[in-house]
Design a protein around this ligand. Structure first.
Ligand code: ZN
Length: 256
């Protein structure tokens, strides 16, 4: 379930990492926990548990990751969150994992917009809670911008440019880079359309977090204590939140 979308080479790499971990742990066989740890390493880079961070930084990271997770949870096309952590790994200070439930071959406009909102959810949480933003979200912002650019320049998904694809792709079958192939005027329109998508998706993320502020606080506090939350634990918070919000049940009166 967790390796949906992996290629054969990626699976081989995962098992190789798991074998290394099992050997380090003096085991004769690879166990499920070795595979799970290897999965995280392959996806996010090795964990840096010894990295020292101050309480302010940790709080910022907790809210940032909880922001991603809540936006992912609220949006209908996003895959369920499997794990959230504020343990640094690779170049990231934390991570939110929501691996795809099934293989995907097409991209859809709504899904792309929701993915952008999810990517911007971390930055939105920082702004909402601290009134300030960190550079820690730069990778999120690059990825969001990249998706918005593709929507406008390759997939014909912007209102302003419609079905026109102002970008061309070199060596399409070698995953070549797209480059703009249009007039200066159109190029300015592309910038505007990309900005508009990012702005709208960011506003959506901010709204979702404002509407789920209690949940955002709860998950962030929990992360600060436990460092990692599983998808099930997240759902327990979501369900508890729903219960407390539900209007008190009126007693049924027996009429017969
Ligand atoms: Zn982030």
């Amino acid at each position: 379930q967790t390796t949906i979308g992996f290629t054969g080479a990626e699976l081989a790499n995962l098992m190789n990492e798991a074998a290394l971990l099992a050997a380090k742990r003096d085991k004769a066989l690879i166990g499920m926990n070795d595979i799970e740890d290897a999965f995280l390493k392959v996806l996010t880079g090795p964990q840096k548990k010894s990295m020292k961070r101050n309480p302010k930084e940790l709080r910022k990271t907790a809210y940032h990751e909880a922001g991603h997770a809540i936006v992912a949870h609220v949006l209908p096309t996003m895959d369920p969150v499997q794990q959230i952590s504020i343990i640094p790994s690779g170049n990231a200070l934390g991570y939110t994992l929501n691996p795809p439930k099934e293989d995907r071959y097409s991209v859809y406009k709504n899904e792309l917009k929701e993915k952008i909102s999810m990517l911007l959810g971390g930055r939105a949480a920082e702004e909402l809670i601290f009134g300030d933003i960190s550079g820690g979200a730069s990778n999120d912002i690059q990825r969001a911008t990249d998706l918005a650019k593709k929507m406008v320049t390759l997939y014909g998904m912007s209102d302003a440019l419609g079905m026109m694809a102002p970008a061309a792709v070199q060596h399409q079958y070698l995953e070549g880079n797209a480059y703009l192939d249009c007039s200066q005027e159109t190029s300015a329109q592309v910038d505007q359309a990309v900005q508009k998508i990012l702005k709208n998706c960011y506003a959506d993320a901010c709204r979702m977090l404002t509407e789920n502020r209690a949940l955002l606080d709860e998950i962030s506090e929990f992360l600060l204590v436990k460092e990692t939350i599983t998808g099930d634990e997240l759902m327990a918070f979501v369900n508890a939140d729903k219960k407390s919000e539900a209007p008190a049940e009126t007693e049924e009166t027996a009429e017969e």
